[in-house]
Write a protein that binds this ligand. Sequence first.
Ligand SMILES: [Mg+2]
Length: 185
Amino acid sequence: LAASLIDRHDERVMKRIAVDMDDVLADTHGAEVAWLTTRRGAPVEATLPLDQAASAEERAALEEVMREGRFFADLAVMPDSQRVLRALAEQYETFIATAAMEYPGSFAWKFAWLERHFPFIPPSRVVFCGDKSVVQADYLVDDHPRHFSRFRGQGVVYSAPHNAHVQAYPRVNDWREVERLFLET
Ligand SMILES: [Mg+2]
């Protein structure tokens, strides 16, 4: 990644960073694979996008569970994300931005999950939205590059099976790389 991407040394104004929840802070894909594996009674390939790893029928069943919302309550926290996000929040105006409108039934579960695992992020810094172009920030870390097309800041792709082919944006593979990019450059 180009060191010039992150210009945090002009600190007259704190830069603002927005961070996605699913597949960035929370291991949503891992939970999807686990749910599908249990339902199928046989392994589901975790390294493939779900539209390749599971049938349309399986994905429709999963979608129904996700719409109910409870699915989001017990997602595993991505390794190092708590430590690094806490450090980020000291040097950047740090927001969490999730396209929760995709699953309205998830609102309460997602908010409780954030309070449990990221209590240092106040509710005023949490954005439940639809189109993320409404988020005004210098950086957006997200696993879905579609959110970058109308985002005015710099998008950073967080690696997931469904974005392995994406090359148009800088990429981080884990939270250690988020740390390196935003706090050590
Ligand atoms: Mg996501």
